[in-house]
Design a binder for this molecule. Structure first.
Ligand code: KG4
Ligand code: ZN
Length: 335
């Protein structure tokens, strides 16, 4: 049987990434981050697009050389078409279209959020279908019911902030630089998660809401700082642990509800927040206790990466699900 080699490109936000996948196996997954945003407390779209322009050729070259693959051996070019920052998506889209045209190879358009879910299929043994996936990133929070690689249904989503935003916005209130999620995770390791209590939102069904948590932390801090200006610095670890505990609790409760409603016990997590050590540990421990089969992608496939675009594209290739050169990126897209 002929093997299928896919070159995949991810540029939806502030990571430029390229991966090479042969027959569903990821041979390389190179990611270039963008330090330029740190000083601004968030991703600056214009700067992200410019950095993608600078990074994309070297990143693709590293991905190809790490995989010991020549461009001539590539059978299809995959790229993130949506959702994301439009200027960032445009860079990857135009680059992929140009390569497809120059090499006369098919183009595969991938939905970034579907790719986060299918990142769970990269490392064997992956979950069997059907499975549930809690996808938690900087822009999205979803519970997805996956029946097949091309049959993914969103059964719950946030009605306001994403879980990653909840981490990043509370981190900002704690004077931590962007992105604050990994720093909350780090400081929380030395903290007492039961020390401070923050309100958990009561949203019906499988939907989430995180905007109230930020407000609850803000009011709490304002009160405490009025009495003690050093309050944050003196209690940083306990604050981080308590905030993290609240977010993980909200996520786990909805996941439990989804398992109850669907009767599916194969449970995965995905997206940047699935790198969070408390979420990973809580899911694993809960799964052991309640007979769930749990799956967590390796760190490099949790945050934005082209490996997940490549694996999704591989399944699309098997179904000849190709895009034309008329395809355009989209900042928002349901599926
Ligand atoms: O999936 P991702 O890399 O990009 C988007 O598509 O949004 O997710 C980025 C988000 C950020 O909000 C970041 O703070 C969060 O993932 N994140 C974490 C951790 N690592 C990344 N949040 C909590 N704990 C972590 N260890
Ligand atoms: Zn993402």
């Amino acid at each position: 049987m002929l093997s299928i080699t896919i070159l995949a490109i991810e540029s939806s936000c502030d990571e430029t990434s390229a991966a090479v996948c042969v027959d569903g196996k990821i041979l390389s997954n190179h990611i270039a981050g963008q330090k330029v945003h740190e000083q601004y407390g968030g991703v600056v779209p214009e700067l992200a697009s410019r950095a993608h322009m600078q990074n994309i050729v070297p990143v693709v070259n590293v991905a190809l050389s790490t995989a010991q693959t020549q461009l001539a051996a590539v059978d299809a070019i995959a790229f993130t078409q949506a959702p994301g920052l439009i200027g960032s998506l445009l860079v990857g889209t135009q680059f992929a279209k140009s390569l497809s045209l120059a090499l006369n190879k098919p183009l595969i358009a991938v939905h970034h959020m579907q790719a986060h879910v299918l990142a769970n299929l990269i490392e064997a043994p992956g979950p069997e279908f059907p499975f549930l996936c809690l996808t938690v990133s900087g822009g999205h929070t979803q519970i997805v019911l996956a029946r097949a690689p091309d049959d993914l249904e969103v059964i719950g989503a946030t009605i306001d902030d994403a879980a990653g935003e909840a981490f990043d916005k509370t981190a900002k209130l704690l004077h931590l630089p962007y992105p604050g999620g990994p720093l909350i995770d780090k400081y929380a390791k030395q903290g007492d998660a039961t020390r401070f209590k923050f309100a958990e939102p009561q949203i019906p069904g499988l939907n989430f809401s995180f905007s109230g948590l930020k407000t609850s932390v803000l009011y709490f801090l304002q009160k405490e700082i009025a009495a003690n200006p050093q309050f944050i610095e003196q209690n940083l670890a306990d604050l981080c642990a308590s905030v993290q505990h609240t977010i993980v609790n909200v996520l786990m409760k909805k996941l439990q509800k989804a398992v109850q409603q669907t009767g599916i016990h194969n449970v995965c997590i995905a997206g940047g927040v699935s790198a969070n050590s408390s979420l990973r540990n809580t899911l694993t421990a809960y799964g052991k206790k309640h007979d769930w089969k749990t799956f967590i992608p390796p760190f490099q496939y949790c945050t934005d990466n082209a490996g997940m675009i490549a694996i999704t594209a591989y399944y699309k290739y098997l179904k000849s699900d190709f895009a034309t050169l008329e395809v355009s990126p989209a900042a928002r897209a349901t599926w």
